[in-house]
Design a binder for this molecule. Sequence first.
Ligand code: ATP
Length: 350
Amino acid sequence: MERKKSMSIHVENLKKSFNGFTAVDNISFAVERGEFITLLGPSGSGKSTVLRCIAGLETPTSGRIEVKGEDVTKVPVQERKVGFVFQHFALFRHMNVLDNISFGLKVRGVKKDKRYEKAKDLLGLVGLEGLETRMPSQLSGGQRQRVALARALAPEPELLLLDEPFGALDTRLRKELRTWLKELHHRIQLTTLLVTHDQDEAFEVSDRILVINHGRVEQNAQPQNVFNEPATEFVAAFVGETNRIKGIVRDGEVAWGHFRFKAVHLPSGTKAVVLFRPNDVYVTTHKERGGWPGRITDIRFLGATEVLEILMDDGGKLTAHIPKGVAGLSGFVNGKQVFVLIAGAHVYAV
Ligand code: ATP
């Protein structure tokens, strides 16, 4: 793997097995200094295990982890300059906010006035001025996680590891906190690794996303590439809704009824699966606008989107997502004839 001076973390051929079960299966990646990387994947895919190996909380079965060019694979957790925040990493219940934040400094022998000064600065950084003497039980869930973050930052780590830090909070609060986290990262530029199974969270905060499945990296790319050019069928299906059809490649195409999907990268005869997103399906009631004929069999309203189920005249079924404004003007009703175009699909060999 290419070495760059600005690299903060190098993970090489990382493997972790638990009693013969391979949780992390030969993962390699690098993180540049100041980058915000997210490990995104379903439950049980091995994301947390990767993070725990980097933190020093798990010993890899094999492989190597470097932080700032130094091999830390065997360095104990307290000597790795990492700060971490976990979903269930509770604050010390018997300590107030200031003592919680300054705990790591106390352990390192920093004098009281110095560590309180630092803790107050950090409290300002996480937007919780004035809460110095509150006990954890007197804080909201979101405030607690901000205090946990301030506590992780206090010893000035070289690396921040976040494992589903907002996982226990409600959707609205999670959205607020991830926007806040992104802004905070802009300000402090600390190399950060986040583990989440929430694709929206990953898309919003990350410079780069590693999509993990069955202990392997399926894709390592910028968020827009992960969404627009998913490397594998798994990624395409995991990071957004999809219509999925099966077919065989013939002369660089997969045919599905009247539709033709380009598959020039696959030889004729390859069994293939075609995925296309419901919001890449264009539906109109006007024949003259083009498209193949079908009929609406169901309409559901999902806030900003209308979901149309369509049965094509040639027998195929698909789902389309129509933005509310467009749908409102289009006169879509159950049973109505419509004309359908598909803009953009991904074809994978199976
Ligand atoms: P989640 O989002 O649910 O936390 P994850 O992607 O972070 O999932 P891991 O926690 O890394 O997944 O777990 C990966 C696999 O390794 C799982 O099948 C899990 O049961 C297993 N595993 C993790 N830790 C241990 C352990 N200490 N002993 C045995 N098996 C483990």
